[in-house]
Design a protein. Structure first.
Ligand code: NAP
Length: 469
């Protein structure tokens, strides 16, 4: 596919292959954009931002809604594209495409709900006779830098709210998975969005990233990706707004009163979907001493039932990892844990990009599989004595994106909700669950700011205070 800059589909002599992670075949190629392409896109987006700011909210709603309708018509192609470039099984690819469509519908609705507040300024000692209200205005040019693992829905979580709020948007999709973002761009163009309101530039983030982050014409960066790249972007960004949706090593606590069959089903689901390449994948499981052995006995068959193979095959439950190096990293971390005293309950093997779904028992906090983000199909189980120790261990990390507890005890559940340092808390389900309308984002080094169209619109607007004297 070509990239989209200044209202034109643009090709380049230098291209990048988009590779099917399962079999290494080339799905398509995209242009290798450079810093000059970024500059051109930003200049065009500056003009696009003026057009968007002048457009009525209803018109923005209509365009975004038309895009949602087109997504429905093209849903099969979107779902298949996700699977081909990312490697998640087709049911998950289709699921992501449906969620992405819903994200765009939600964004269209938010275009009609930009409100401010009135202020009774007479409450101030110098405010008698004054009337005040706030106006919400778009930031201008918004840049969306996105990861490989949800190549459509996470792009929609930035494009939809940015346009709803009256901004223009520049998308820099992950180089492994740019096709979904390009197809979304095509959809918005077909839906009648003004040409310069959207740009999609492909190219290596390490090469063109700083040209986006450092440019003062970009007023807002919305980034989803790894902690270290996020920190780098914050350092380069200077005086502009940023939203950071970063990684985690999500904890799940199993208390002695939990329904172990339910925990096992949820853990297998939330630890291994998309081969564990989800920012809120269950990674650190803390199981009460009283049920430790029984829980492992319940979890083992649930994980062993996750058949692996070609993600296009409907019998397959788990596909490959995105790159061989990532599968090798998971393998090395598993081996490090085993060398330090952990034991393999199931899995632990790798072939190319396919790493077997893996359970480790007797994991210690200092092992990489526990203290770092594994972002792959492996989770580690450790013992806990009581709720206080469980919460302390859950909090013993620089991350804080999602955390879960299984218990029927309301006091334990509420203590967990209040004391665990995490942006998302789940009671009686695993860490990996999201409704696209809810506020979503991390605490600590898992990021700052919230997504979910209503909340992202807030992050993508500025507030003006108006005083009538
Ligand atoms: P990544 O390596 O950080 O890449 C994310 C994006 O940043 C890609 O588009 C990448 O471009 C770009 N990039 C790389 N270097 C850059 C630079 N110097 N300046 C600007 N942009 C740069 O992350 P990933 O491997 O794609 O995704 C996995 C990570 O994302 C995990 O840590 C996961 O937890 C996190 N994540 C978080 C959430 C959340 O909502 N909190 C959701 C999904 C994923 P290239 O692809 O061209 O390198």
């Amino acid at each position: 596919m070509k990239m989209y800059i200044a209202g034109e589909w643009v090709d380049k002599a230098e291209t990048m292959d988009v590779v099917n992670p399962y079999d290494g075949s080339v799905v398509d190629t995209v242009p290798r954009g450079d810093a000059a392409d970024i500059d051109r896109a930003i200049d065009s987006a500056e003009r696009g931002a003026k057009v968007m700011a002048a457009m009525s909210a209803h018109e923005r709603y209509e365009i975004i809604h038309r895009a949602a309708d087109l997504m429905l018509e093209r849903l099969d192609d979107l779902g298949r594209t996700i699977t081909l470039e990312e490697g998640k099984v087709l049911a998950e690819g289709m699921g992501e495409a449906s969620r992405a469509q819903e994200t765009i519908v939600l964004s269209a609705e938010e275009a009609k709900r930009l409100t401010g507040e009135t202020l009774d300024l007479s409450g101030a000692s110098n405010g008698a006779g004054k009337f005040g209200f706030t106006l919400r205005v778009p930031c201008g040019v918004v840049a969306a830098i996105t990861p490989f693992n949800f190549p459509l829905n996470l792009v929609c979580h930035k494009v939809g709210p940015a346009l709803a709020a009256g901004n223009s948007i520049i998308i820099k999709p992950a180089s492994d998975t740019p096709l979904s973002a390009l197809k979304l761009t095509e959809i918005f163009v077909d839906a009648g969005l003004p040409a310069e309101a959207i740009q999609c530039v492909t190219g290596s983030g390490g090469v063109i990233g700083d040209a986006i982050s450092s440019n003062p014409k970009v007023r807002k960066i919305s980034f989803t990706g790894s902690r270290d790249v996020g920190e780098h972007i914050c350092q380069v960004a200077g005086l502009k707004k940023v939203t950071m949706e970063l990684g985690s090593n999500a904890p799940l606590i199993v208390m002695p009163d939990a329904d172990l069959e339910k925990v096992a089903a949820a853990t297998a689901n939330t630890g291994f979907a998309n081969a564990g390449q989800v920012c809120i994948s269950t990674q650190r499981v803390f199981a009460s001493n009283e049920v430790y052995g029984d829980f492992i006995d319940a979890l083992k068959p649930a994980v062993e039932a996750l058949t692996t193979g070609n993600p296009l095959d409907s019998d397959v439950k788990m596909g490959p990892m995105i790159r061989v190096q990532d599968a090798e990293r998971v393998e090395a971390w598993v081996q490090e844990a085993v060398g330090s005293g952990a034991s393999v309950v199931t899995g632990g093997t790798r072939e190319g990009t396919m790493h077997a779904p893996t359970i480790l028992a007797d994991v210690a906090p200092e092992m990489k599989v526990s203290c770092d983000e594994i972002f792959g199909p492996a989770l580690g189980i450790s013992r806990i004595d009581d709720i206080d120790q469980a919460i302390a261990m859950a909090n013993d990390t620089n991350y804080g994106l999602s955390a879960a507890i299984f218990t029927e005890n309301l006091n334990w559940a509420l203590q967990f909700a209040q004391q665990v340092e995490s942006g998302n808390i789940h009671i009686n389900w695993g860490t990996q669950w999201r409704a696209d309308l809810m506020p979503y984002g991390g605490l600590k080094e898992s990021g700052m700011g919230k997504e979910g169209p209503k909340y992202a619109v807030e992050e993508m607007t500025e507030t003006k205070m108006v005083v009538i004297h």
